[in-house]
Design a protein around this ligand. Structure first.
Ligand SMILES: C[S@@+](CC[C@H](N)C(=O)[O-])C[C@H]1O[C@@H](n2cnc3c(N)ncnc32)[C@H](O)[C@@H]1O
Length: 228
């Protein structure tokens, strides 16, 4: 994905992000962490739209390079840090918002959620757009999905809810995305690496097959919750 340089690499893309953020109280004083920011499309929007104080954190060096290039070319004062959501390099109570757009699904969820909770200020909010299965699958089916996407677990909506609750989050709201918004997303951005291997298209193809095979089951949810 890093070599494809996909911007808005989450279901619904940047149109859905804009839609969700428009319902939040974000100003030029708001401290926001875009956790697993990828190529930095959302982080850039947060500064351009709200002049918010944005930090992008990303583990993948190729993604970091592409995000850096974006911020520099647009002259955006966004702090970019290479690090892991499982061990956040920030003091407790640092952020008003944390965004996790299709990142939690790929990491150790209890550990990352504990880190999100720790670095959020009191009253701070987590907004996540995360892979969710709609019905329980057989063990071989679960394994197929987890292996392909390198996941350690597959959560249903109720599992997300209980994990967030166990971490200490409150006001947990989990929504199924409205189809109209995601269908508007025909604006996917690509920024291919120079050493892009054509074989990577095979992986994209397999992803397409996986989506088709598990249509109606492999889904995602918009999760919002607060540290009260
Ligand atoms: C599906 S992409 C989403 C990227 C971005 N949030 C977006 O919506 O365009 C998942 C991102 O999470 C990053 N990631 C994976 N594990 C991570 C970790 N432990 N800490 C920080 N970022 C991580 C990946 O490198 C990748 O950029």
């Amino acid at each position: 994905m890093a070599k494809f340089g996909v911007g808005g690499a989450h279901p619904g893309g940047i149109p859905l992000t804009k839609n969700i953020l428009s319902g939040e109280n974000i100003t030029n004083k708001t401290q926001i962490l875009d956790a697993g920011c990828g190529t930095g499309q959302t982080a850039a929007f947060l500064y351009q739209q709200y002049k918010a104080k944005v930090v992008g954190l990303e583990i993948n060096p190729i993604m970091i390079k592409k995000a850096k290039k974006r911020f520099e070319s647009l002259n955006l004062p966004i702090q970019l840090i290479q690090g892991s959501v499982e061990n956040l390099p920030f003091p407790d109570n640092s952020f008003d918002y944390i965004l996790s757009e299709s990142v939690l699904a790929f990491v150790n969820k209890p550990i990352a959620l504990r880190e999100f909770f720790r670095v959020l200020k009191k009253g701070g909010r987590l907004i996540a757009n995360e892979m969710t299965i709609n019905t329980k699958l057989s063990p071989p089916e679960e394994l197929e999905i987890m292996k392909f996407y390198a996941l350690d677990s597959l959560l249903m909506e109720k599992d997300w809810k209980s994990l967030l609750g166990q971490t200490g989050f409150q006001d947990i709201v989990i929504k199924v995305e409205n189809i109209a918004t995601s269908q508007e997303n025909n604006t996917t951005e690509f920024n291919f690496s120079k050493n892009f291997e054509p074989e990577l298209f095979q992986i994209l193809n397999e992803h397409g097959n996986m989506v088709l095979k598990y249509q109606g089951i492999l889904s995602y949810r918009i999760i919002t919750c607060s540290k009260v």
